[in-house]
Design a protein around this ligand. Structure first.
Ligand code: NAD
Length: 262
């Protein structure tokens, strides 16, 4: 029997077979979960529906998380098929491209800051609020995706790092609010992975190669590895864990001073 047998999961942020959401969906499917998905705009609807078919899911809904109406509509529609929801995956981030290149001080501006925080952090609370009626009394689990740029400065990551710090605090506050309702809230801090969103960060290639040299496991992580950790965190095996940020990054975050490079 799989870890997620009889559990229903709504997964946001799927856009390609490289998406972290894809790794999570695959792991969840292997562990017996039923899946539903959201996509950002009509432009990507067919692509996401086609990917969802491989896990036998036809529950695919449009949701731009900057719209409260969109968010509410997803749960109204989902509720017509499922009376309850066990798992909510938040795998979404966005900042305007001019924010992800160059010096933080030079490029940060009010609009970039607001958009990054709205889409990448506030949306977790907005989705949790809308999902909550279907999740209560389910031993529910909410999981967000974050990155080391929340804890340390990372070149070019800039305002996205500030938004990820907000997201991680959001995870802790939501965990405290929803704990009495038996809903756990955690995050995975993944190492860099080449996805569509990551391609927007300047010098990603350099970053990935540096990473492989420095990380204790001397390699990158994969969406499958993030997916397997997500399956564990959203299963009853992790029933004592909430408000946590788990690093799935080949150990990179523990390094203070790397060994001298040849
Ligand atoms: P991805 O491009 O595959 O997924 C990003 C998703 O965000 C897309 O599906 C996109 O449609 C969605 N999105 C953006 N704005 C949205 C909006 N307004 N409404 C709804 N959806 C919106 O990239 P990914 O790397 O799989 O990113 C998923 C999550 O993982 C993000 O939170 C990202 O910050 C995080 N993460 C990524 C890495 C990495 O290196 N790839 C590392 C750590 C954390």
């Amino acid at each position: 029997m799989g870890l997620l047998e009889n559990k229903r999961a709504l997964i946001t942020g799927l856009i390609s077979d490289r998406s972290i959401a894809h790794g999570i969906a695959d792991a969840f499917h292997k562990q017996g979960a039923q899946l539903a998905f959201t996509y950002q705009s009509e432009k990507v609807k067919d692509r996401v529906c086609k990917i969802a078919e491989k896990w036998n899911s036809s529950l695919v809904y449009q949701c731009d998380v900057s719209s409260d109406e969109n968010i509410q509509q997803v749960f109204t529609s989902l509720n017509e098929h499922w009376d309850t929801l066990d798992i909510l995956i938040h795998s979404i981030a966005f900042a305007p491209s001019d924010q992800l290149e160059g010096d933080y001080f030079d490029c940060v501006n009010r609009d970039g800051f607001r958009i990054a925080h709205d889409v990448s952090s506030y949306s977790l609370a907005a989705l949790a609020k809308a999902a909550h009626p279907m999740m209560k009394d389910q031993r529910g689990s909410i999981l967000a995706m974050t990155y080391l740029g929340a804890e340390r400065t990372v070149q070019n990551y800039n305002v996205m790092g500030v938004a990820k710090a907000s997201l991680e605090a959001n995870v802790r506050y939501l965990a405290n609010s929803l704990g009495p309702k038996d809903i756990r809230v955690n995050a995975i801090s993944a190492g860099p992975i080449r996805t569509l969103a990551a391609s927007g960060i300047k010098d990603l290639r350099k970053m990935l190669s540096y990473y492989e040299t420095i990380a204790p496991l001397r390699r990158k992580v994969t969406i499958e590895e993030v997916g397997d950790t997500a399956a564990f965190l959203c299963s009853d095996m992790a029933r004592g864990i909430t408000g946590e940020v788990i690093h799935v990054d080949a150990g990179y975050h523990i390094i203070g001073m790397p060994a001298a490079l040849d």
